[in-house]
Design a protein around this ligand. Structure first.
Ligand SMILES: [Zn+2]
Length: 334
């Protein structure tokens, strides 16, 4: 846009409204197009069978047992969506989050079942300990401190066990230092050199995660996540976080949440030109759902505007609970 003032004629010769007069011309000059390939659909898996329990704060989002999850994955794939990301809720939680790196853990079982039944679906796994620890923190707690290096060792075990179960990509979401490099090294040493890592690179300590914690049953029992997740006021620090993850071998870098951090998405995309993901988080989803239910906004329209805005800001991939709904709308528009 540099030099735009001198290369464009002035009003009244120039009238910007000309190309807005009909949908035909609006479509012809549209700069941003959503595609199903942009979306990664998050799913929550729980132990048991025949379980499909709606998350009360997230309409149309369910905790599902593996059998139901496989059905859902068939439907997701039939809609033309390429990818899901899995979050697991284990049977038992303990201080060390051992369900996270158990060969027969809930996510490992789910990955095996999906890859067997819906092999074309690209299965990403979220790698963190908070759903698996009794205290709800993302790592090991010693003397009230969430310790870094010891937690990273467990995340490495978790990522490796997901890879061994058949995951197509692992996505560490913890925000500890050095975890991407450690996971990369372990994957490479175990024959997974072609398995990509999507790092939650700039993840903020956000109030927008509230409904997710109900879905993933991962609310911290004491304290909060401000010692590892980022301060919402910071932008330069996001760049340092992203640099660190790229240097350690991240293939895709993520900004989370999306909507209040569009400037961060744009900065990351402009500065690094990396495949960039944005997580359109639970709070963003639930706000739209709640306001639409009250008749205060047009939910579909706001959803599409939100997703378009995230893509326009520079996101190549959007993790979103809206994926199925948006896919149906994209089908209608064709
Ligand atoms: Zn976590």
């Amino acid at each position: 846009m540099n030099g735009v003032e001198t290369t464009v004629a002035a009003f009244p010769t120039n009238r910007l409204r000309r190309l807005r007069m009909t949908e035909r011309t609006r479509a012809m000059v549209r700069e941003t197009h959503l595609s199903k390939n942009d979306f990664i659909y998050p799913l929550f898996v729980v132990p048991g069978t025949k379980i499909k329990k709606e998350v009360s704060s997230m309409p149309e989002v369910f905790q599902m047992s593996v059998d139901e999850l496989v059905k859902e994955c068939r439907a997701v794939s039939a809609l033309g969506l390429p990818s899901v990301i899995l979050f697991g809720i284990p049977e038992k939680k303990d201080e060390a989050g051992s369900g996270a790196y158990d060969e027969f853990g809930i996510v490992q079982q789910a990955v095996r079942a999906i890859k067997k039944e819906v092999p074309d679906l690209f299965v990403v796994t979220d790698v963190c300990l908070c759903e698996y620890t009794s205290h709800g923190h993302c790592g090991i707690v010693r003397d009230n401190e969430i310790v870094n290096d010891e937690s990273v060792e467990l995340l490495v075990r978790e990522a490796l066990s997901h890879a061994q179960a058949g995951a197509d990509m692992v996505a560490p979401s913890d925000m500890f230092d050095g975890r991407v490099g450690a996971i990369r090294q372990a994957l490479d040493e175990n024959g997974f050199t072609n398995l990509p890592i999507m790092s939650y690179a700039a993840k903020y300590a956000s109030g927008f995660y509230g409904p997710f914690r109900e879905a993933a049953e991962s609310t911290p029992q004491f304290g909060d996540r401000r010692s590892h997740q980022m301060d919402p006021a910071n932008s330069d620090e996001a760049i340092r976080e992203v640099v660190q993850d790229i240097q350690e071998g991240a293939d895709i870098v993520m900004v989370k949440p999306a909507m209040p951090y569009l400037d961060i998405i744009r900065r990351v995309k402009d500065q690094f030109g990396m495949p960039t993901a944005a997580y359109n988080v639970s709070g963003e989803y639930s706000m739209v759902k709640a306001a639409a239910k009250l008749g205060w906004i047009d939910g579909e329209r706001v959803m599409m505007e939100m997703l378009t805005g995230i893509k326009r800001a520079g996101a190549d991939l959007i993790l979103t609970y809206f994926a199925k709904e948006a896919a149906r709308i994209l089908d209608r528009q064709r």
